[in-house]
Ligand binder design. Structure first.
Ligand code: ADP
Ligand code: ZN
Length: 651
């Protein structure tokens, strides 16, 4: 039983990609260009245009003494620039200077560091008196800003700023790619306007009849608000859609917008809460402002539990002020706008129980609409909706598909249909056939088949008997769901799997719980019987068994010693306490009882398998040969099952 159900949610609606906030106007490219230019300039100016530096001695002995110096400019009291007389430049002393060009004309030819202006002046005066008593060299003083020095101060700082902007851009953009540094306090809500019409209507929402009926009222209000306000009626401002993931909450909200033909702002709760303090609150403010401007309109907040989690629940080490600020702002906004402004806030969550009670108070999200996993009939309808665009072969039996997918959500079904079409396309088929749908279903339940995965013959044998153990155990336990097939083809991360068809029921009896424990332990028990040795391969099974046993004992009150007590806490308040809601003594009893339950289940499974050891062996052998064993062969080896097998499984 390694088939854990995996769901890949596919909820990309291309029409909402358009951001409503600031245009993408802010292009920082010129900044990069400027900086690169400045860097190049500084390098260039250092290497090329900088005159050669000389010492006082050279200056005095070769230049001044030869009457070659035209003028001296003392710059910033730090160094002197020396200009050589034009007609003397041809002298051998200056052959290392670049000839011609601007260098020779107006720029200084040499520079000279001076200690201080005073000492330079006195030295110069002395030298002049010695070498050219009758001539005076012109000395000028200048104060200049040295751009290179300034740059060397600015550059690291500028790079820092640049880096910072990169960071901000990255963060501002992270949720959906529309952000930049300037709008990161703005709402990143996506808008589906009338112009970019939401094409989704109630036709696209299958099943969910009751939820649809409740939601229709909202559509009607958005379309004809007058008929309601005239009579003094108040329309709910906030509607909470509650249900497991993939049951169509987002779809429903979009359908409301599509039916009413009003702008639709959607934002996920997790997007409110980002790294920067205060961003969440300002996003909320901005979102409501935008929506009010466009009223009548719909705001849809997905995953509201990300912000709306009960405030008291923040545990002592991890209080999240940012989230609380955001939540407070949300509450303020909800209270702030009048009942009949024409803005309706829809929110979705799969955990209504952990939401802050303040959110659910009258005048806020006081309407709750529950979406459940679809029943068989509803699954049929959902299949039909998603089969519409698919070219299907004649052999496709939609009814059978619906009955073979218990526990699947609308999103899973949409996924199956798409996956089946992909599989058929890969096989270059003209139309999608029933087998493609079945393969798609298996893939969604168990992950991708990985036929190429290399396992040694010994490992394969272990896997075969392990799976045979699950199969045999569950076959002779009357409360376990119908076994459909057993396979040792690696799939996802599991090496083998037994496939069951779960029945649809809401409550589980104690006997069924125990049978399930035994079936799950069947793999490990078979390994022990066949090889007298156990392996690490039963990790998933053991994890499942342990968790299940704990819920039985501590939550469902199914243990005699503890009695009909439950330590389950639907309010989630207890998470706040670091300890458990029971004493150390009770904790010990629970641990002991859980262990006893698992060990007795394991012993029961061993007994059961020993009783049917020859069947276990032949099924293991057949699995090694065929890799997949279907119901027909299972019945041949194991005999008719005590538990009746639903008719549709036989197909
Ligand atoms: P949720 O918001 O509850 O997690 P979504 O609304 O995002 O679920 O559903 C995901 C997808 O599943 C939808 O885009 C749709 O294709 C499909 N789906 C879910 N429920 C239904 C339904 N009742 N009818 C038709 N399609 C559905
Ligand atoms: Zn197993």
């Amino acid at each position: 039983m390694d088939n854990e159900k995996k769901i890949n949610k596919e909820t990309n609606f291309s029409e909402e990609k358009k951001p409503t906030t600031l245009p993408e106007g802010y292009k920082p490219n010129w900044i990069y260009v400027l900086f690169i230019f400045l860097i190049l300039f500084s390098i260039f100016s250092r290497t090329v245009s900088k005159p050669k530096e000389i010492t006082w001695l050279t200056f005095e002995q070769t230049m001044l003494s030869a009457h070659d110096v035209a003028k001296i400019v003392v710059v910033n009291k730090a160094f002197a620039e020396i200009y050589i007389k034009k007609d003397r430049l041809s002298s051998v002393n200056y052959k290392d200077l670049p000839q011609g060009g601007y260098m020779a004309e107006s720029n200084p030819h040499y520079t000279l560091q001076i200690g201080s202006v005073e000492s330079f002046e006195s030295k110069l005066q002395q030298a002049q008196q010695t070498f050219l008593p009758e001539e005076r060299v012109e000395v000028a003083y200048q104060n200049r800003t040295d751009w290179i020095v300034v740059l060397s101060y600015i550059l690291p700082f500028g790079l820092l700023v640049l880096f910072w902007m990169f960071m901000l851009r990255g963060i501002g953009r992270s949720p959906m790619g529309s952000g930049s540094i300037f709008n990161f306090g703005k709402s990143t809500a996506k808008l589906m306007d009338k112009d970019t019409k939401s094409t989704i209507t109630f036709k696209d929402v299958a099943g969910l009849r009751e939820a649809k009926r409740e939601v229709e009222e909202i559509v009607d209000f958005l379309k004809n608000p007058k008929t309601y306000t005239k009579l003094g009626a108040k329309i709910p401002k906030g509607v909470m859609l509650v249900g497991p993931t993939g049951t169509g909450k987002t779809l429903m909200a979009k359908a409301v917008a599509g039916e009413a033909q009003v702008p639709f702002f959607s934002l996920s709760g997790s997007e409110f809460v980002e790294m920067f303090v205060g961003v969440g609150a300002s996003r909320v403010r901005d979102l409501f402002k935008q929506a009010k401007e466009k009223a009548p309109s719909i705001i849809f907040i997905d995953e509201i539990d990300a912000v709306g989690r009960s405030r008291s629940k923040a545990n002592a080490f991890q209080s999240n002020d940012e989230r609380e600020n955001t939540l407070n702002q949300l509450l303020t906004e909800l209270d702030g706008f009048g009942t009949n402004t024409g803005v309706i806030v829809l929110a979705a969550t799969n955990r209504a129980d952990i939401l802050d009670k303040a959110l659910l108070r009258p005048g806020r999200f006081d309407r709750h609409i529950y979406l459940e996993l679809p029943t068989k009939e509803e699954r049929l309808e959902i299949f039909e909706v998603h089969l519409r665009p698919i070219k299907k072969a004649k052999d496709v039996d939609v009814k059978l598909l619906a009955s073979l997918s218990p526990g699947f959500s609308g999103a899973d079904i949409a996924n199956i249909c798409n996956e089946a079409a992909l599989i058929a396309a890969r096989k270059k088929k003209e139309a999608v056939e029933q087998e493609d749908f079945m393969e798609a279903r298996d893939r969604i339940v168990g992950g991708l088949e990985r036929k190429g995965k290399i396992i040694s013959p010994k490992e394969k044998e272990i896997v075969a008997y392990h799976e045979a153990g699950h199969a045999v155990a569950s076959w002779f336990l009357k409360n376990v769901d119908a076994l459909v097939k057993v396979s040792i083809i690696p799939r996802g991360k599991s090496l083998g799997s037994a496939w069951y068809l779960p029945e649809e029921h809401q409550i589980v009896t104690k006997a069924k719980f125990i049978d399930l424990l035994c079936a799950t332990l069947g793999g490990r028990a078979a390994e022990e019987i066949m090889f007298n040795e156990v392996s690490s391969g039963a990790l998933d099974d053991l994890e499942k068994v342990t968790k299940q046993a704990y819920t039985m004992v501590a939550y469902y009150g199914l243990n005699d010693k503890i009695g009909p007590m439950s330590f389950y806490d639907s309010t989630g308040e207890n998470e706040r306490f670091l300890g458990k809601p029971y004493s150390e003594n009770m904790a010990m009893i629970i641990d002991k009882e859980v262990q006893a339950l698992i060990i007795s289940s394991y012993n029961r499974t061993i007994e059961l398998l020993l009783k049917h050891q020859n069947k276990l062996e032949s099924l293991g052998q057949l699995l090694l040969k065929k890799e997949v064993v279907y119901l027909e062969d299972l019945e041949k080896i194991l005999g008719k099952r005590i538990k009746e097998i639903p008719a549709h499984v036989r197909d």
